[in-house]
Design a protein around this ligand. Sequence first.
Ligand SMILES: C[S@@+](CC[C@H](N)C(=O)[O-])C[C@H]1O[C@@H](n2cnc3c(N)ncnc32)[C@H](O)[C@@H]1O
Length: 486
Amino acid sequence: MSQDAAGYVTDTPYTYSYHAELDPGRVPLTLLRAGLQAPAIRTACDLGFGQGVSLAVHAAVSDVRWWGNDLLPEHVRHAAALDAVAGSGSVLLHASFEELLARDDVPMFDFIGMHGVLSWVSAENRGRLARFVERHLAPGGVVYTGCNAMPGSAAMVPVRQLLAQTALRAATGSTVERIEAALAFGAAVIDADARYLREAPQAADRFRALRSADRRYLAHEYFNRDWQPLFFAEVAELLGSAGLVFACSAQRTEHLEALTLTPDHRAMLATIADPVLRETTRDFLTNARFRRDYWVRERVVAEPAVRAAAWRAQRVVLTVPRDAVPERASTAIGDVRFDPTLLSTILDRLADHRPHTVAELAASNASDAVDDIVFSLAALDCVGSARSDGDLLAAEARAHRFNAHVLQRARQGELNVLACPVTGAGMPTSRQSLLFLDALTHGVQEDEAIAAAAAASLRLPAESLVEAARRFRMIQWPLLHALCMV
Ligand SMILES: C[S@@+](CC[C@H](N)C(=O)[O-])C[C@H]1O[C@@H](n2cnc3c(N)ncnc32)[C@H](O)[C@@H]1O
């Protein structure tokens, strides 16, 4: 197959990352929060899926039919193997965006996601992605984009240019070898007291942090020919050419404005009617480095009664131990406080870790306050939307096969997400927890033995893990059972 990599790194596979925003199950709650009607999503496509971890998780635990493509054969092989382990039957194409666009067998999709793609490909390929969306987004469908943003990425533009130019000029070696040469040269430039880095200390700090980063991540993040952090207005123009408009942020904490905007910022944004100018200004106020957004053909504003009914019908499930739910959420900007009595009433109902409709949680309470708490808990990843579609038993079987595979790879520590058939989402899980879980699923019951099973891979003394193993056995293990994950 002919592949035009268009300057994209092809000799180093990417990391095994999971991105929750690629889960179509998050769309309804988020769009409803923004006052918009949400479509039913039955088909989805992940463009440039990388190692395919997000796609494989979401295909395993929902009835959504997934397609996706990627340029690198290693990525497609890995994604296909994961998908086959679960038995999801997704359509995973080894195809460039150009080739994908030229195919005549690709259907329409209710959800099209592209995470970590737009900023890392050429302008020509960005145009192809827009044409793909224009042709293949079903009526009422939603597009998700996640990309490097301006102005927060601005200080890194010269650093990335220096690194990429150094790597390009290193005559020989693999991408990783040329990255090492570029990092060493960058360190020498810092040591030479470069005025740029002195006057942009933020860039110097980020460069220092890069030096210990995973080389596979660095290769795909900084060493392609293209690295173009995009202003919101540029993404809006690109997708506007495909007939799309901005729906809302896909990052749910962004909807809790008290956490991300000062009162003055909020007052200023409230005066800006134009959505493109408003979002561009928001990025300026928050110095956004990365944006995650939903786009639609038409913003269908839900009538209040329709919205209220849709909210009431949302099913949610508590995905963390009840005691782990905070009574307030805080950032350096501000905080969101929950009414302790109402929070407690809601948590009493959610404490069985089974799906409940918002209507059940609200009971006789003031509904707006309940809606606020439920959304905030979802934004804080304490609550997940519960899938309401199709065959839960089949999803459970697929999730168990997927999760067993993740546990088999826990010693390598490269795949840190479990599939949850109740929410239809992935649950990021630390390597230590996966190793404990692996021991428990193999019948190991004593805390000392669970700790010992994890210690060698973590290169830690077993004694130092006994208390963590006990807590995992007492708290996480029953939770994973309640969520039908093991
Ligand atoms: C930074 S990675 C992000 C991967 C994945 N979406 C994620 O976020 O984990 C970008 C991906 O786009 C793929 N890609 C780059 N150029 C492409 C092209 N022209 N056609 C298809 N895929 C491409 C790469 O192989 C890589 O997997």
